[in-house]
Unconditional design. Structure first.
Length: 242
């Protein structure tokens, strides 16, 4: 089972274990305001229709693929703010990249790790690994490994992807989809420190850092990117090292 603390049932939301894996019980999101039992799936009928459409498109149809530099299959990427892994899955399954996901929230991590383990038994490509921890801390560990010399394990992550969740994202008038509502219930107002997150990514040793933002949002930590890929609702700020 996922390596997270045993949940206390009086806390909400909380994890629930069944034969099929972990699910999350969230108050108020079910029918008529009842609790909702949410399970994350990365394969099969449990995938959302929107994610299925995204996965069915060629890589060239996705602005994210261009922002990543149109990398060849097998390129190593860290999705440092994975959430429920929709972009993680897109990069792994549609783009053919080798993706490691970082997630800081234990509840979100438990669902994502469980979904990745279940998906690994299918023929569909999935993320290589999921790690629990603060993105800035894990990225700094990457930096130490890359600077430790030939005795250290090789560090060949080429791209770091960031899609941080901010309080202002929750101010949109349109109601978010169910997965985003569940994610918000888990995360609440607990968001990453912008400066530390971006600094750690830029100093990780990766040649490229890609940051997903709402089209009208400012730069992450007010740091101007090397260039941008702008869409109707979102944009990707690209930072090139060296």
């Amino acid at each position: 089972p996922p390596t997270v603390p045993t949940p206390f049932l009086h806390l909400r939301p909380y994890l629930l274990r069944s034969e099929g894996g972990w699910s999350l019980v969230v108050d108020g999101l079910g029918s008529k305001g009842m609790p909702l039992e949410f399970r994350l799936d990365l394969v099969g009928p449990g995938l959302s229709s929107r994610l299925k459409r995204r996965l069915a498109q060629p890589p060239s149809a996705h602005p994210l693929f261009s922002a990543l530099g149109r990398p060849p299959p097998g390129t190593k990427v860290v999705d440092a703010t994975a959430g429920f892994g929709s972009d993680t899955l897109l990069m792994a399954r549609c783009f053919g990249l080798s993706v490691t996901a970082f997630e800081r929230n234990p509840l979100v991590f438990a669902l994502l790790e469980d979904a990745v383990k279940r998906a690994s038994g299918s023929e569909e490509a999935s993320p290589e690994a999921v790690q629990l921890g603060e993105a800035a801390v894990l990225l700094k560990e990457m930096q130490r490994d890359s600077a430790a010399g030939p005795e250290a394990p090789p560090q060949d992550v080429e791209i770091v992807y960031l899609d941080p969740m901010f309080p202002r994202d929750r101010a949109r008038k349109a109601k978010p989809d169910l997965a985003m509502q569940v994610l918000s219930a888990c995360v609440g107002e607990d968001v990453e420190a912008e400066e530390e997150l971006l600094e750690s990514a830029l100093e990780s040793g990766a040649r490229r850092v890609v940051v997903k933002r709402a089209s009208q949002s400012g730069y992450l930590a007010d740091v101007k990117p090397t260039h941008q890929h702008v869409g109707t609702l979102n944009r990707f700020d690209v930072y090139i090292s060296g």
